[in-house]
Design a binder for this molecule. Structure first.
Ligand SMILES: Nc1ncnc2c1ncn2[C@@H]1O[C@H](COP(=O)(O)OP(=O)(O)O)[C@@H](O)[C@H]1O
Ligand SMILES: [Mg+2]
Length: 326
């Protein structure tokens, strides 16, 4: 395996001794995709921001490595200076977020913004950018792409805007696209179409995808691997289909009950009782123990990550529990 992105033992601190992301490791192959899933506040966005080099003020990577580009010459992003980042961001990696409108200039047409990106990133001469931009908009599944080119952001629907933003993101032909809750604000039908587009880009362009969603069903649509976050740690990781069919961590099992998965539609809105620990008050043992129906005294002691086959689980009782999948 020679992954496009390899995150190893990543730690992100949000202040004195408060780690919002701890010991996070995962890798994405060319054309592959990893989905980060978990409740709000579990560290998914900070992990993405660490990868993109856009952590908020006061938040910093305090451990680990993030390698972009496979062997023989991967770049450790954690060691980049500002000029190094300028060469990487928007070129080798790009991102789309929940609120596409806020990433576009409202006073310029969509086409002008995309054409500018093509000029900057692909070195296209001005005379050639319109045709290339219209072609790229069409490739994003936008009907009437020439008309969209001449429209302003406020004239497009949420789904069209997100497609336009994905066009801008892939204009520089990145190796990796980070999509953080990129379809969350869209209604279900449009969300499904945009997820289909992301899957298509993976398959046709070999784009690696790091996708974040609080909804396991979204990850199941697009990602071949899933990493389940809880309170800043990955508690379970493995092939999506296997994790969903037979979860090995009680938190994954609980998350499956609240996910909007396929025909089951079991979305009984059964919220998991209790709340995750605060970053300043993490227990020494399992971080989920206080909310876990299966917890025993052992769970108060630190939990190592165990690997069985292609699955990683951070649970003392993983080998003995019989958990229910979807
Ligand atoms: N700028 C910040 N300053 C301090 N703490 C932050 C900041 N951003 C996020 N956090 C904290 O880090 C944790 C993880 O946040 P985040 O990565 O945004 O979670 P998620 O994306 O999974 O909802 C949360 O406890 C959050 O309160
Ligand atoms: Mg988030």
């Amino acid at each position: 395996m020679n992954p496009v992105l390899r995150v190893e033992n990543l730690h992100v601190s949000v202040g004195a001794g408060h780690e919002a992301v701890r010991a996070v490791s995962f890798a994405i192959e060319r054309g592959g995709s990893v989905g980060l899933v978990g409740e709000s506040g579990s560290g998914k966005t900070l992990t993405c921001r660490a990868v993109l080099g856009v952590l908020p003020p006061g938040v910093a990577v305090t451990g680990g490595t993030i390698h972009l580009g496979g062997d023989p010459d991967p770049t450790d992003l954690t060691g980049l200076d500002r000029r190094g980042w300028d060469a990487v961001r928007g070129n080798r990696l790009a991102a789309v977020f929940q609120d596409p409108a806020s990433y576009l200039n409202p006073s310029l047409t969509v086409g002008r913004q995309l054409a500018e990106q093509l000029r900057l990133k692909r070195g296209l001469r001005r005379g050639l950018t319109r045709a290339a931009a219209v072609e790229l908009l069409a490739a994003m599944g936008l009907r009437r792409p020439a008309a969209v080119f001449d429209q302003y952001p406020h004239e497009l629907s949420g789904g069209m805007l997100q497609r336009a933003l994905i066009a801008i993101a892939v204009a520089g032909e990145p190796e990796l696209l980070v999509a953080d809750e990129a379809t969350t604000a869209l209604d279900a039908a449009v969300q499904a179409e945009v997820l289909e587009l992301l899957r298509h880009l993976r398959e046709t362009r070999g784009l690696a995808l790091l996708l974040v969603s609080h909804d396991l069903a979204v990850v199941a649509e697009v990602c071949d691997r899933v990493a389940v976050f809880y309170a800043g740690e990955i508690v379970e990781q493995g092939p999506t289909a296997e994790v969903i069919a037979s979860p090995r961590h009680p938190y994954t099992e609980a998350l499956l009950r609240v996910a909007s998965l396929g025909d089951w539609r079991r979305r009984d809105l059964e919220v998991i009782p209790g709340r995750p620990p605060e970053p300043g008050a993490m227990p020494a043992g399992c971080r989920f123990a206080a909310r876990c129906a299966h917890a025993t005294d052992t769970c108060a002691t630190p939990v190592p990550l165990s690997t069985v086959d292609d699955r990683q689980v951070r649970c003392h009782r993983a080998a003995t529990l019989e958990l229910v999948g979807a």
